[in-house]
Design a protein around this ligand. Structure first.
Ligand code: PEP
Length: 248
């Protein structure tokens, strides 16, 4: 299976910064240098159209960092999936731990966002992951299983069409990466949960996210159930993001 590497730019960038970053990605000639990886970047909404235009004709896809449940209406500040599609987006991250923590997004809302993305032609990238307190309390598997189950209950067999990054909250932006073994353990648990419902012929891409860098990417991506990465900080440096895509 082709690996998938997705850059989450979070609330970073400017028109000038983005243009330089994209130039760096395009000059790396990813189809040749990383032929076995699909690559996408998720800029802030306001830049999606411009970034999509700059990447047109390249193998790098564009995604959003969130999406509304509703497709139209009186929902001030929201952006609907059809709007993102119209601007050139192919993916939508939903349920990122920063949305769960700072915007109070719960499992059911995240599942509905994934459903809206899918219904409108976007591939939902549905993040799951435990906090440090939950890990220390031995609840890692219970938490990620609960988060994924909410999406499975809402999507049914359509869950086969999503991407699931495992992002331990304690590893995001902290420089602390889960060890390849820690990540693999959780990925194996998610894989089993998905296969129990979908069968073993369907492989839902399971990404790892949390302080992935050029020097730890290859070891993480070598794990049997890690199908790529969701990259935050390192996605803002063209050389680092390209090195990670190459590692995939
Ligand atoms: C993320 O925000 O999805 C992420 C993985 O961030 P970082 O790579 O900076 O830890």
């Amino acid at each position: 299976m082709k690996k998938l590497v997705v850059g989450n730019w979070k609330m970073h960038g400017s028109r000038a910064f983005n243009a330089e970053l994209i130039q760096g990605l395009l000059s790396a000639d990813l189809p040749t240098s990383a032929p076995r990886a699909d690559v996408a970047v998720c800029p802030p909404f306001v830049y999606v159209a411009e970034v999509a235009a700059q990447l047109q004709g390249s193998p790098i896809a564009v995604g959003t960092q969130d999406i509304a449940v509703q497709v139209q209406g009186a929902f001030t500040g929201e952006v609907a999936a059809p709007m993102a599609v119209e601007l050139g987006a192919r993916y939508a991250i939903v349920g990122h731990s920063e949305r769960r923590a700072y915007h109070g997004e719960g499992d059911e809302l995240v599942a509905l966002k994934a459903q809206s993305a899918l219904a409108n032609g976007l591939v939902p990238i549905v993040c799951v992951g435990e906090t440090l307190a939950e890990r220390e309390a031995g609840q890692t598997q219970a938490v990620v299983t609960r988060q994924l189950q909410a999406v499975m209950d809402t999507l049914g067999t359509d869950v086969a069409r999503i991407v699931v990054p495992y992002e331990p909250v304690w590893a995001i932006g902290t420089g602390k990466t889960a060890s390849p073994e820690q990540a693999q353990d959780v990925h194996a648990c998610l894989r089993a949960q998905l296969q129990a419902s979908l069968g073993t012929d369907v492989r839902v891409p399971l990404l790892y996210g949390g302080s992935v860098k050029p020097d730890n990417a290859a070891q993480l991506f070598a794990q049997p159930d890690i199908d790529g990465g969701l990259i935050g900080g390192a996605a803002l440096k063209a050389a680092d993001f390209v090195a990670i895509a190459r590692a995939a």
